[in-house]
Design a binder for this molecule. Sequence first.
Ligand code: ISE
Length: 334
Amino acid sequence: MVNVGVIGCGMIGKAHIQRLTSNIMGARVVAVSDAFEESAKAGADICGAKIYEDPKELIADAEVQAIVITTPGFAHADLVIAAIQAGKRVFCEKPLATTAEDCKRVMAAEIEGGKHLVQIGFNRRFDRGYRQMKKVLDAGTLGEPLIVHCTHRNPIVADSYSTEMAVHDTLIHEIDILHWLIGDEYASAQVIMGKRTKNALPHLHDPQVMIFRTKGGITIDVEVFVNCKFAYDINCEVVCEEGTIKLSPPSEPIIRRDASVSTALETHWLTRFIESYDTEFQEWIDAAGEGTINGPTSWDGYVAAITADAFVKAQKTGQVEAIELDQKPAFYAV
Ligand code: ISE
């Protein structure tokens, strides 16, 4: 049994406490912490855990063997580093940190400790559909990938959602999944700010088309449209030299009625990716039991941060911006 401490009991934190308590084998949540007392209590109520006001005390608790961090992004880096220094495995929701410099601090601490302890919550890598696509692409039967077309549509977002969040909150998933899927590195970022929907608040430019070029010459376009109204609609198609492959969503029945055919679409990311979250946590707990990490690393968190910065710059300049990574440390080579 792996004893887990959860720092951050907001919406996603509570969902993870629930899943660790009810769906995941071999784990139990023994401690929780949140900046807001009520949220901490709500989290503790799900699993009967003790509450820490100070997250650093939770990290130091000898009973806590592994840590989940779901606080707002700005608090991640220091907590992850504290967990590394305590020699504990840590699952940090995306983003690893809000700046590339902070990601580097985390990597430096992890390398100094000499053990892979950090996994980033890029849950799409655990989605059945993306995994099936990767298997086929890796087998090479379709030839080399040439173009990737994606849509990332949310029906609606909170009033506080900003134009930059289209990168940091939304595109960030494609930023992580696509370099993993096609096995290439990003070279440049560009954003096309086209015609705006009437359904977004004036401070938010919506939709936007994000364009990547990879070092290997692949072109990727991602439509980010967060007030699309009709569904939570995630699509991804890779066009290769000898065929194409398209992400299949979790299946829903096909209904024929009144001379038409229909299939329900998802309306929320928590339900669209629910299975991937369960798989992600089960594999994290299984790997923790074996003393390993089997998912996106601090390096992937750093790649996401650098790439997101280039896209935010491109939103402002309207130009093609370079995505420049440091040399990958040998520690993260596998
Ligand atoms: C949210 O934070 C997510 O992670 C969702 O997957 C994404 O679709 C949404 O746009 C984000 O705000």
